[in-house]
Design a binder for this molecule. Structure first.
Ligand code: 5GP
Length: 206
């Protein structure tokens, strides 16, 4: 199968607290889009208002470990004591149907996808400033200063991986960030290596 027959895989990633989940939701709330969200699997408990199959597939550690053994995950990672992973079949099936698939995953998982699917598009979400990230982390959780500092340290280490991504999107405002991701997707569709086969055929160029 040629590159342009397969759908596009878009990986939205970045350190915890930058708002990638909010940006992803804003993207899917838009009226006109062709995106398919790959629902992840996790061993963490559902939060209030979360539904199995919509937000995550909630499973036990045993079930998750079986998925790892059976090689049914495109990537997985352990994050704050729980497993998170991307079921491979859903992603492969949608891409083979020519659909656009979006993953919203943390940085370690994104690096695994980069190895396995180098033609995916990797978007790194960053906060407008360190202060803004600290504010978000502080507001989001009822956590001690020590844990907040640990999260900030982890985020700062992960910022060092930005060069491994294709695009950096600042989340200064959720709708602006979603606009930028839409623009990236459009631009990726126009990339020569993704479209040349199709146009050569249409224009009957040998
Ligand atoms: P939360 O528990 O807040 O829903 O998610 C914790 C972190 O795990 C977030 O950074 C989220 O993006 C990430 N995450 C969600 N699903 C996956 C996944 O399938 N794989 C990986 N590697 N990270 C994920």
């Amino acid at each position: 199968m040629k590159l342009d027959d397969r759908g596009l895989l878009i990986v939205i990633s970045g350190p915890s607290g930058v708002g990638k989940g909010t940006v992803r939701k804003a993207l899917f709330a838009r009226e006109k889009h062709n995106l398919e969200y790959s629902v992840s699997m996790t061993t963490r408990l559902p939060r209030v208002g979360e539904f199995d199959g919509t937000d995550y597939f909630f499973v036990t550690r045993k079930q998750f470990e079986n998925r790892i053994k059976e090689e049914k995950l495109l990537e997985y990672s352990e994050f704050v004591g729980n497993y998170y992973g991307t079921p491979i079949d859903y992603v492969e099936d949608r891409l083979n149907e020519g659909k656009e698939v979006v993953l919203e995953i943390e940085v370690q998982g994104a690096m695994q996808v980069r190895e396995k699917m180098p033609d995916a598009v990797f978007v790194f979400i960053v906060p407008p400033s360190k202060g803004a990230l600290r504010d978000r982390i502080t507001k989001r959780a009822t956590e001690t200063e020590d844990i907040i500092n640990k999260r900030m340290d982890k985020a700062e280490r992960e910022f060092g991986l930005a060069h491994k991504y294709d695009y950096i999107v600042v989340n200064d405002n959720v709708e602006n960030a979603a606009d930028r991701i839409m623009a990236i997707i459009r631009a990726e569709h126009a990339k020569t290596e993704r479209t040349i086969h199709k146009y050569m055929k249409i224009l009957e160029v040998e």
